[in-house]
Design a protein around this ligand. Structure first.
Ligand code: GDP
Length: 435
């Protein structure tokens, strides 16, 4: 989907806007317990158009004495990766040198830029904001965090200007798999190992939101498309050290795929950046397979080594642990075909549609035997269930008092679905509704 980046110097109010954009959505998406809140990245929608928002300020190490260099790096990244850029200014400090410098970068980029003057809380400040016309611009939006005004007009325009993708997808209907992970975990090695001696069709559709490189893989009875963002790697080379960069890159690739293979380095373990990638895949409801790579480097392997390593990861990732974890070596090619098989398995699980009759036949007795706990003397009865026609599995359970069904029971319902129908590697949503 389209990526909207919010840029500006520290303290202009980037995070406030970011949080407001996420508010309504986050409440729905994060209702599943255990979802990690990544405060710098989120999904939003306006008038039914979905988009991704990135708060570049979320990556500021220390907002008080942030270096100029750091700010320009972030702006450059936004220019490289985002569809549209919201450039925030603040009326209370007026136009600063830093503002001017950022604006210069944005102007030269040719990207769609929306200039927003924040903290315009009164008519007097509305007049003061006209100072920003000195940038030589024709239009700016004013916003007030205090009154909450201004967001609507801005978003109307942002969403209306999104580019329309009018090209034919050459791989339509084929599973799309992305290999994600921190730098140096072995992503390129795995990609090369998989594609070795293959004749590939590579499409590099630049200038659209789908500007990742997609390679067709057709071997060992599997046909799928590897989604890679190697091109973006080249563009933003300077900033490869930034977590922000790797998150941006992952977001783009993950959104374009069905299954995400998250690679971890066996010699390093599961770290916060791995958690970030996991969170993005989970929020986007993509299939997930975890590969612990460089297993060849782990010496002195005992019977429990794998089990302990896997448990270590699962202890950290929260509620959603029904995920395959494989121990591989991209270098020696140990178990990499198993990894492909597993990714395809997860793809099938994500596509799976349970017939309504079968679903009710299995789930209604399950609920009858173990109903939700009664609340205030009222009994909850689940009468009917359906799977929605969404790209990833989502289920609605109709009952008399949905508001009384609490989180633990929702998780119970999810686990029962997993147990009876097999959704390994796939995030599931369950909703309880009034009939
Ligand atoms: P990327 O940044 O994730 O694409 O990582 P690379 O594929 O470039 O790998 C980084 C380094 O780790 C290279 O020197 C690889 O040869 C090495 N490497 C990758 N996979 C393995 C593995 O399974 N075992 C060992 N021992 N080294 C590996």
């Amino acid at each position: 989907s389209n990526i909207v980046a919010i840029v500006g110097r520290p303290n202009v109010g980037k995070s406030t806007l970011f949080n407001r954009l996420l508010e309504r959505r986050e409440a729905i998406v994060d209702s599943t317990a255990g979802v990690t809140r990544d405060r710098h990245y989120g999904k939003s929608d306006w008038n039914g158009v979905e988009f991704t928002v990135i708060d570049t300020g979320g990556y500021e190490v220390n907002t008080e004495d942030i270096f100029q260099e750091e700010i320009t790096k972030q702006v450059q990244l936004a220019i490289d990766e985002a569809t549209s850029i919201i450039f925030m200014l603040s009326v209370d400090e007026g136009l600063t040198d830093t503002d001017q410098e950022i604006f210069e970068m944005l102007r030269r980029s040719g990207k769609k830029v929306y200039i927003v003057v924040n903290k315009v809380d009164s008519a007097t400040l509305e007049v003061a904001a006209t100072e920003f016309y000195s940038l030589g611009i024709e239009k700016y939006y004013t916003m007030s965090s205090a009154t909450g005004s201004g967001t609507g007009e801005l978003l109307d325009d942002v969403v209306a200007d999104f580019p329309t993708l009018d090209y034919k997808d050459p791989f339509e209907g084929l599973p799309r798999i992305t290999i994600a992970g921190r730098p140096n975990v072995g992503k390129s090695t795995l990609t090369n190992a998989l594609l070795d001696h293959e004749r590939n069709i590579v499409t590099d559709i630049a200038g659209t939101t789908r500007d990742s490189i997609e390679t067709l893989y057709n071997k060992f009875g599997h046909e799928f498309v590897l989604v890679d963002t190697a091109g973006m790697r080249r563009k933003a080379k300077v900033s490869e050290d930034l977590e922000f960069y790797s998150v941006m890159r992952s977001v783009r690739a993950i959104e374009n795929s069905d299954v995400v293979i998250i690679m971890v380095d066996a010699t390093q373990g599961w770290e916060s950046q791995d958690m970030n990638i996991f969170g993005i895949a989970q929020k986007n409801r993509k299939g997930i397979v975890i590969l612990v790579n460089k297993w060849d480097l782990v010496e002195d392997k005992k019977t429990n080594t794998m089990r302990d390593f896997e448990q270590g990861i699962k202890d950290k990732i929260g509620q959603f642990t029904d995920i395959p974890v494989l121990f591989v070596s991209a270098l020696t090619k140990q178990r990499i075909l198993k990894a492909v098989d597993t990714a395809m398995e997860v793809y099938k699980n994500r596509q799976k549609k349970i017939k309504t009759s079968k679903l009710n036949e299995v789930m209604l007795p399950v609920f009858e035997n173990n109903p939700p706990p009664a609340l205030k003397g009222k009994y909850i009865k689940i009468k009917y269930c359906v799977q929605l026609g969404t790209p990833s599995p989502q289920f609605v359970f109709f009952c008399n008092l949905p508001q009384y069904v609490k989180e633990p029971y929702k998780r119970y319902a999810e686990n029962q679905l997993r147990k009876h129908f097999g959704f390994t590697g796939v995030p599931i949503e369950v909703y309880f509704r009034q009939k």
